[in-house]
Design a protein around this ligand. Structure first.
Ligand code: GLC
Length: 442
C-alpha cells in the first residue's frame, strides 16, 4: 500500500513521458518554422546578424555581460588561434532599485561599473577601446551593433527601455560619464556569446544554450530559411538565430505552473522558462510545500512556513546534494529557517519533491535541445556540439546527467552525435569574439 497517495499524484503530474517529449519536439519545430516565417509564434526566432566565428579573430576587448543576477565587466584577449582568455573581470550585483528603476538609472549603473573597472589600470584607460555588449533579453536587431528591446524577462522592469535601441542608451551613458573613447562595436544575446566562445575553437558547435536565472538557446540557420528577412538581405550564407525558447508555450502545464505564472510580473509569458530556470524552480517547490504543509502532510510538528521568494533554487541544489544517511545538511537548512523537529521521512519527501521538479526541468530541456539539433539535422547524420553556460547547468546536481539520459532515450545510440559541453564564462568571452569579427569589418 502506498503510504502517501499525494506522493504518487505529485509524481504523476511532474513526470514527462517519452511520448510527451516527442510531442514537445514536434510542436517546437512547428513554432520555430512559424517564427522564421514571421507568423505568430511563441518562439521569436530573432536574427542575430552574425555567423559562427572564423577562429582567427584577435585583439583585446572589453566585454559586458548584463542580464542575469550579476553584471560582469571583462577584459578579454583573443589570440587569433582559438584561444580566448579573460585577463581581468569584475562582478557587480545588480541592485533591485536598478532592475526596477528607470532606464537612465540602469545604464548609468552600467557606465559607472565600467568606469570602476577601467580605472584599475590607468595606463590602459586613455586608449580607445572596442566593447562587446551581451544584453540577455529579447532584442530586435537589424545589424550587429544595434538592438531594440522587445520586452523584459527574468523580473526586470526598468522603465523607458522597451522599444529603444540599447546600444544608443549605452553609448549615451558612456558619453555622459566621459567615456566616449569606448566604442560599442557589437551587441549579442548571452546564448550567442556562449555559442561563439565554443565555435571559436570548435567548428562543430552550432548551438548555444543558457541554463541560469533564465533559459534560452541560439543555433545556426541557413539565411535562405529566414523568410521574414527582406528578400534582398537573404543569401546562401548562415546566420545565428536567438530562439528565445524561454517563451515556448506548447507544454503540458499543471496547476502549479499556472499558480506560479499568475504571481509573476509577466503572466502568460516565458512559460517554458518558468518550468526550467533558476529563477523559478525553487518557487515551484515552495508552492508544493505550501500545499502539503496546509494539508498537514509534511512538517506538521513545526510552526515554520516558507514565504514567497524564501525558497530558492540554490536551496534545492543543497537539498539534492545531501546524500548523508540522516540527511543532515537538509536538517541543518530546515533548522536554520525555523522548520524544526523534522523527521527523516519528511526530509526524504522534501528531497523527492526537489528531484521531481528538477528532473521535469531537465527533461523538458533535453526535448528542447533535441528539437533544435533535429531542426538542423533531422536524422542526426553529423556531429553537433551544444555549448552550455549558466549556474543551473554548472551547479545543480544531476541536471546535466538527466539531460544526457533523456537525449539517449529520445535518440538511442545516435544521441552520441550530440555533444553537450560546458562553455564556462561563454557569454562574456563570446561577445568579445563577436566584437572582434565586427571590428574587423570596419
Ligand atoms: C531570458 C532572456 C533571454 C536570455 C535568457 C538567459 O530568457 O529573455 O534573452 O538568453 O534569459 O539569460
Amino acid at each position: 500500500m502506498n503510504k502517501h497517495p499525494f506522493e504518487s499524484r505529485l509524481k504523476k503530474s511532474f513526470t514527462i513521458s517519452l511520448d510527451e517529449i516527442h510531442k514537445i519536439i514536434v510542436n517546437f519545430h512547428d513554432e520555430m518554422q512559424r517564427g522564421l516565417e514571421g507568423k505568430e509564434s511563441s518562439l521569436k526566432m530573432l536574427p542575430a546578424f552574425v555567423d559562427t566565428p572564423g577562429g582567427d579573430e584577435e585583439g583585446r576587448f572589453i566585454a559586458l555581460d548584463f542580464g542575469g543576477t550579476n553584471f560582469r565587466v571583462l577584459q578579454v584577449a583573443l589570440d587569433g588561434h582559438g584561444s580566448a582568455r579573460i585577463e581581468r573581470t569584475k562582478k557587480y550585483v545588480i541592485p533591485k532599485a536598478v532592475m526596477h528603476g528607470t532606464g537612465t538609472q540602469l545604464f548609468n549603473f552600467i557606465a559607472q561599473s565600467i568606469r570602476n573597472f577601467s580605472f584599475i589600470d590607468r595606463s590602459e584607460s586613455a586608449k580607445k577601446k572596442d566593447l562587446g555588449f551581451t544584453f540577455s533579453f529579447p532584442m530586435k536587431q537589424t545589424n550587429i551593433a544595434n538592438g531594440i528591446l522587445i520586452n523584459w524577462t527574468k523580473g526586470f522592469s526598468a522603465t523607458g527601455v522597451i522599444g529603444k535601441n540599447v546600444v544608443t542608451l549605452l553609448r549615451d551613458s558612456l558619453k555622459r560619464s566621459g567615456m566616449s573613447r569606448i566604442n560599442v562595436v557589437a551587441l549579442a544575446n548571452d546564448t550567442v556569446g556562449t555559442m561563439a566562445a565554443r565555435s571559436y575553437k570548435d567548428p562543430l558547435c552550432d548551438v548555444g544554450v543558457i541554463f541560469g536565472t533564465g533559459t534560452n538557446a541560439c543555433y545556426r540557420e541557413a539565411i535562405a530559411n529566414i523568410t521574414k528577412l527582406p528578400r534582398a538581405a537573404r543569401s546562401r550564407k548562415n546566420m545565428v538565430i536567438n530562439i528565445e525558447w524561454g517563451n515556448f508555450n506548447r507544454l503540458p502545464f499543471i496547476p502549479y505552473d499556472e499558480l506560479l505564472d499568475r504571481a509573476t510580473n509577466n503572466p502568460g509569458k516565458q512559460r517554458m522558462e518558468k518550468m526550467i530556470s533558476g529563477m523559478y524552480l525553487g518557487e515551484i517547490v515552495r508552492l508544493i510545500l505550501t500545499d502539503l504543509i496546509r494539508e498537514k502532510h509534511i512538517f506538521a510538528r513545526s510552526k515554520g512556513k516558507f514565504a514567497k521568494g524564501d525558497f530558492k533554487t540554490y536551496h534545492m541544489s543543497l537539498i539534492e546534494a545531501d546524500n548523508s544517511k540522516n540527511l543532515s545538511d537538509i536538517k541543518e537548512y530546515l533548522d536554520g529557517v525555523g522548520m524544526l523537529k523534522t523527521s527523516l521521512e519528511e526530509r526524504r519527501l522534501l528531497k523527492k519533491i526537489c528531484a521531481l521538479v528538477s528532473q521535469r526541468a531537465a527533461r523538458i530541456s533535453a526535448a528542447a535541445i533535441s528539437a533544435v539539433v533535429t531542426r538542423m539535422d533531422p536524422n542526426l547524420s553529423s556531429n553537433h556540439t551544444v555549448a552550455v553556460d549558466g549556474t543551473l547547468y554548472e551547479k545543480y546536481p544531476r541536471f546535466r546527467r538527466t539531460i544526457m539520459s533523456a537525449l539517449k532515450e529520445i535518440h538511442g545510440r545516435r544521441s552520441a552525435r550530440i555533444k553537450v559541453v560546458r562553455a564556462k564564462d561563454g557569454s562574456g568571452l563570446g561577445v568579445a569574439i563577436v566584437a572582434a569579427a565586427a571590428a574587423a569589418q570596419h
